[in-house]
Design a protein around this ligand. Structure first.
Ligand code: AMP
Ligand code: MG
Length: 342
């Protein structure tokens, strides 16, 4: 972490010799992760800075640990009958999250917060909760009891102790807003790395596609495959991102709302590629909980995303929409590649 802190917050701006094209990069820490936004072309510096400000301001709205955020206010009034005033974008985000809970029932629920707390994932004291604590927390998970009234501009949590945690979608949402800021500024080539949420705008300045690696869950300096992408976002969820060990067992931060325990669906990681940032982020979490079979069935029922699944038994499953332009690099790491067809 020290190494990271030493270089974030330093905007870098320089001119590429000869062609007059410029590049600007912002690196910063927010939403509990290191982010970088790299923009190419005229006005790159201002655009990158505006996109960064957009992401940081969303953290102020959506963070559960910042007591002044809108989400903290919603959580603070859980069960007391107060309908908390929200801005329209946050209301839409909450409604979207509720709709994702219906897509694959029992896999995704933003009212998972009390369970995250029971495991200590909100702070530093991570531990396996005792059965009573976990049962009490699980009784509070139900996004049907998160009432969103878009006409009145309010949201309300029905039961005392309930709380919302937007960790599964906040970065995807931030990516969509940051991209909008960049496009508004006329940017046609950029790379946004918002912590396992990568967005590419346009092709690279030389007209070729961006090459984005999907990390090996066991060693994120290595890649399972490299994808050639333009104008798309890529979101990865995996049990390897945030975890602790107790009595020799590893426990990670993506919770199966059916059990209250870290999801154990046979997958090491799920990468969703889509033009819809929010969908990509929500689905990477949801499909990680759902497991291979349900994830692929769900993919077959839609046409707005593609997948790279990494299974516990050493397979990398790439859906057919990514077949052209993907390069499997996991062989040396001991993986075999499968292409999933519709
Ligand atoms: P991601 O890295 O996008 O998969 O999001 C993981 C984060 O989402 C966790 O750190 C929690 O804040 C939250 N979370 C964990 N499990 C769930 C779940 N089943 N549904 C919704 N959010 C979850
Ligand atoms: Mg997610």
């Amino acid at each position: 972490m020290k190494r990271v802190i030493s270089f974030f917050l330093i905007p870098i701006f320089f001119l590429l010799a000869g062609c007059g094209a410029s590049q600007a990069q912002e690196q910063f820490f927010t939403m509990d992760t290191v982010m970088s936004i790299t923009v190419y072309g005229k006005g790159a510096e201002q655009a990158a800075s505006a996109a960064r400000q957009e992401v940081e301001s969303l953290n102020d709205l959506l963070s559960r640990t910042d007591p002044d955020s809108l989400i903290s206010q919603l959580n603070a009034h859980a069960g007391d009958g107060t309908a908390v005033e929200m801005d329209q974008d946050t209301l839409e985000l909450l409604s979207f999250a509720k709709s994702v809970s219906q897509l694959l029932p029992g896999c995704f629920d933003i009212t998972i917060a009390p369970v995250m707390d029971a495991w200590g994932f909100t702070g530093e004291d991570r531990h396996v909760p005792d059965d009573d604590t976990l049962a009490a927390a699980m009784a509070l998970v139900d996004s049907d009891k998160l009432l969103v009234d878009e006409d009145a501009g309010t949201a309300r949590l029905e039961e005392a102790g309930m709380a919302v945690d937007l960790g599964a979608i906040a970065k995807g949402y931030a990516a969509s807003r940051a991209e909008a800021v960049l496009r508004e500024a006329g940017v046609s080539s950029a790379l946004l790395d918002l912590g396992r949420n990568i967005t590419v705008i346009g092709p690279k300045t030389d007209g070729t596609a961006w090459r984005v690696g999907v990390a090996d869950p066991d060693d994120d300096s290595q890649y399972l495959c490299v994808l050639s992408l333009e104008d798309v976002t890529l979101s990865t969820s995996g049990g390897y991102e945030r975890w602790f060990e107790e009595n020799g067992v590893r426990y990670h931060h993506i919770i199966d709302p059916k059990t209250g325990y870290p999801a154990d669906s046979g997958l090491k990681s799920v990468t969703v590629v889509s033009q819809n940032h929010l969908l990509a982020d929500a689905l990477s979490t949801t499909l990680f909980v759902a497991g291979e079979e349900d994830a692929l069935d769900f993919w077959r029922s839609r046409d707005d995303f593609e997948l790279v699944l990494c299974t516990n038994d050493g397979r990398v499953i790439i859906t057919e929409g990514l077949e052209n332009g993907s390069e499997f690099t996991g062989e040396e790491l001991g993986y075999v590649c499968e292409i999933a067809r519709r």
